[in-house]
Write a protein that binds this ligand. Structure first.
Ligand code: GTP
Ligand code: SPV
Ligand code: MN
Length: 586
């Protein structure tokens, strides 16, 4: 008798027609075999073994360097199930169309079967996936990013309790690239891309798009959130989850070296990108990090901004699309210091500074989480960590103050639902365009976002001790076009205020959007910042908010009657609060 896994693998092999099929066990020897295969392939390079032991550079195809949201589909039974913010394909039509691309796609290639666990091996919150892929780079990356191999195989046994994901590089032609999700079947199909979020199917495809559907069905939450622990003097650790869109600072916040360390405030990393959360017997929402590694943005990462990550990257790291020095060390903009001469750019050419950055703006490192000096002792706790605060945020040049606190859970959900951010290089398309990105889940929600807002509202009623909800913006700019706030390790000052608010302290002033810190509310000692700049950072400008309220109205209109009544009411309430302020001013 064959198992469901064996049957699916057979079926898949019949379709894709590989030369051979290899079941991966996740061993170190197997990993080294994948690396050897990558080096033979000609687009990967061994880095300097003295300074970067067991580290490699991989160059993906130049047309394949970021997630492709326009080629990403939710194949739910009806278009309405996917909602107005997702691309939709009829499941049958999708299988016919993309099935044709998989037909024979692995000829002359090896088909790797990669069983993996998302989450700590023994956690009841974890889930199992199996990725079938023809890319050695994907196998090597999955070994860093998940608990891959034997443990997953044991957990599956003869059951059908795993999320199958079929991946092939195909011919890497963007006109034949599709990332498909079948939420009813809990199945993933990805063809034509070897890049991160498109190809490492455990991450965005399983842990967010498919998991968000499961979470709604089963009463838990799958969110695009980092998880950190803020230690305060005396050693108590308070956990927070923060949702910022791609390339908006999650990894950096989760791994920061606190500017207030001498005062006893320290940040511990539990996760840097995704949180799975369940209500626990203690009444708190408990979060696990489903991942085992960090797939982080390289540019901007240096000893000044993120020394923890810089320390972690010195061994066992895969770099993708970064530049390389003549000493065969990885290099990128913002790593610190001048660009060395003889730099080879991310495409493998001698770098010409007049022709763009040396490292691709979305170049990344893939590193085991346990290598970070900031890794929390609780990062693999099967029961997860109790979350006391949620933090939403994004890149807003003008609008949003440095930090504000929502009035209650329902208002907090509205704050999340009205999030927007300037686009980044993490996905293909224009950079710097402000777009609505509710809860940082716009590209990752596997179903209609109106129902997703509804799920958040429902969860609020069920969690006995719900997290308080905040919003931050590290990216507000002054008239000179420069960031007003120093960011990075200084962000701990904002976390400290959040902690104080959670504990019923922290000086605040009420505004129509919620509570912002009082002028003396933030701990700013040791930081040179004028009252004028602080004022600007905390300012709630009614004119800017008026146009924002109009913009969110248009966005919500897309959802028609499906938008929860509570969200509409919060929107009206916000407009009313601003008109009251205007009345007072007059
Ligand atoms: P994804 O992995 O795409 O989900 O991104 P992320 O949200 O983890 O973002 P990450 O921490 O990698 O930061 C992205 C970029 O923003 C990097 O270039 C950082 O250097 C920069 N950045 C992060 N935090 C701050 C900050 O506090 N201030 C400023 N100005 N830039 C920041
Ligand atoms: C993101 O874009 O939010 C990422 C990188 O975390 S990727 O895995 O490519 O989605
Ligand atoms: Mn991300």
């Amino acid at each position: 008798m064959s198992t469901p896994l064996e049957r699916w693998v057979d079926e898949t092999a019949k379709l894709t027609k590989p030369d051979r099929v290899v079941f991966c066990d996740g061993s170190e020897a197997e990993y080294q075999g994948m690396i050897a295969e990558m080096l033979r392939g000609g687009d990967s390079y061994a880095l300097n073994d003295k300074s970067y032991a067991n580290c490699y550079l991989h160059r993906s195809n130049a047309n394949d360097v970021a997630r492709t949201e326009h080629l990403t589909f939710i194949c739910a039974p009806t278009k309405d199930d996917a909602g107005p913010t997702n691309n939709w394909m009829d499941p049958e039509a999708a299988k016919r169309k993309v099935g044709a691309l998989f037909d024979g796609a692995m000829r002359k290639r090896t088909m790797y079967v990669v069983p993996y666990i998302m989450g700590p091996v023994k956690s009841p919150i974890s889930k199992v996936g199996v990725e079938v892929t023809d890319s050695a780079y994907v196998v090597a990356s999955m070994r860093i990013m998940s608990r891959m191999g034997k443990a997953a195989m044991e957990r599956i046994g003869s059951s059908s309790d795993f999320v199958p994901g079929l991946h092939s590089l195909g011919d890497l032609d963007p006109t034949r690239r599709y990332i498909l999700h079948f939420p009813q079947e809990k199945l993933i199909w990805s063809v034509g891309s070897g890049y991160g979020g498109n190809a490492l199917l455990g991450k965005k495809c399983l842990a967010l798009r498919i998991a968000s559907v499961m979470a709604r069905e089963q009463g838990w939450m799958a969110e695009h959130m980092l998880i950190l622990g803020l230690e305060s003097p005396g050693g108590k650790v308070t956990y927070m989850g923060a949702a910022f869109p791609s390339a908006c600072g999650k990894t950096n916040l989760a791994m920061m070296v606190s500017a207030l360390e001498s005062q006893g405030y320290k940040v511990w990393t539990v996760g840097d990108d995704i949180a799975w959360m369940q209500i626990a017997p203690d009444g708190y929402l408990h979060a696990i990090n489903p991942e085992a590694g960090f797939f982080g943005v390289a540019p901007g990462t240096g000893m000044k901004t993120n020394p923890n990550v810089m320390g972690a990257l010195r061994k066992n790291t895969l770099f993708t699309n970064v530049a390389m020095t003549p000493e065969r060390e990885p290099w990128w903009e913002g790593i610190g210091g001048e660009a060395p001469t003889g730099l080879i750019n991310w495409k493998g050419e001698k770098w010409d500074p007049s022709k763009g950055p040396a490292a691709h703006p979305n170049s990344r490192y893939t590193v085991p989480a346990r290598q970070s000096p900031s890794i929390s002792p609780k990062w693999e706790a099967p029961e997860g960590v109790p979350i006391s605060a949620f933090i939403f945020g994004g890149r807003r040049t003008r609008l949003a103050p440095l930090v504000y606190e929502s009035l209650d859970w329902q208002h907090g959900v509205f704050v999340g639902a009205t999030m927007a951010s300037e686009t980044t290089a993490a996905a293909t398309g224009d950079v710097g365009i402000t777009r609505r990105d509710p809860m940082a889940m716009l590209p990752f929600c596997g179903y209609n976002m109106a129902d997703y807002f509804g799920h958040w509202l429902e969860m609020g009623k069920k969690i006995p001790k719900p997290p308080k909800i905040f919003h931050v913006n590290w990216f507000r700019k002054g008239a000179d076009g420069k960031f007003l706030w120093p960011g990075y390790g200084e962000n701990v000052r904002v976390l400290k205020w959040i902690l104080e608010r959670v504990e019923g302290q922290g000086a605040a002033q009420e505004t129509p959007i919620g509570y912002v810190p009082a002028m003396n509310g933030l701990t700013l000692d040791g930081l040179k910042i004028s009252d004028e700049v602080l004022n600007e950072l905390l300012r709630v400008n009614p004119q800017d908010w008026e146009s924002e309220i109009g913009d969110t109205k248009d966005f919500f209109a897309k959802f028609g009657n499906r938008l929860p009544r509570e969200i509409r009411e919060e929107h009206e309430e916000l407009a009313r609060r601003f008109s009251r302020v205007a009345g007072v001013a007059r």
